[in-house]
Write a protein that binds this ligand. Structure first.
Ligand SMILES: [Zn+2]
Length: 180
């Protein structure tokens, strides 16, 4: 087994002989070889991960309804299409980040993985998932989730990215933990 550091995280590499048997996932951070939330928390906290301040600024804007969703943008100028880019309902901060079917599925998946209560609105998310303590896992998860939903929406809006399913958002959340 070899260890190496990348982006502040210690990774384990194992050398094994190739065989014709089907691959199976193995969680190396727990002696049971199965995923446990406790082992994941220990890995993240051990690496000293914390939320960079620039993301906390974004969360403050979200909590105070200041990000430029289409309803907020329409207060400044004429916006012809006020609908959400993921569904046909009107886009607002609360809709995009909690009420939208995409947000609901994402939050449900993330809350199950990290054993957190599923929030009903952005304020719930900020409180239940503790957006004030930038070293707590619940804060890191909350920020990663909000940021990933927002940037996925922006990729569709400004980059012409096509929408497939929530795996796009979940992939961004995973990237957040790897790349920060
Ligand atoms: Zn929507």
């Amino acid at each position: 087994m070899n260890l190496f550091w990348s982006n502040g995280t210690c990774w384990y590499i194992c050398c094994r002989r190739l065989s014709n048997t089907a691959d199976i996932p193995v969680w190396r951070l727990d002696s049971s070889a199965s995923y446990t939330t406790k082992s994941f928390y220990a890995q993240i906290n051990w690496g000293g991960v914390e939320v960079p301040n620039r993301y906390l600024v974004f969360v403050r804007l979200v909590i105070h309804n200041k990000i430029l969703t289409r309803d907020n943008l329409s207060k400044r100028k004429v916006v012809e299409d006020l609908s959400c880019l993921f569904c046909s309902e009107p886009e607002s901060v609360n809709h995009l980040l909690c009420g939208c079917i995409v947000a609901e599925h994402t939050l449900q998946s993330v809350s199950e993985v990290f054993d957190l209560s599923a929030p009903n609105c952005v304020s719930d998310l900020a409180c239940l998932w503790d957006c004030d303590n930038k070293k707590r896992i619940s804060c890191i998860v909350a920020v990663a989730t909000l940021w990933s939903l927002w940037t996925t929406r922006n990729d569709i809006c400004f980059q012409g990215a096509s929408w497939k399913d929530t795996r796009i958002v979940l992939g961004k959340i995973s990237s957040y933990f790897i790349n920060g």
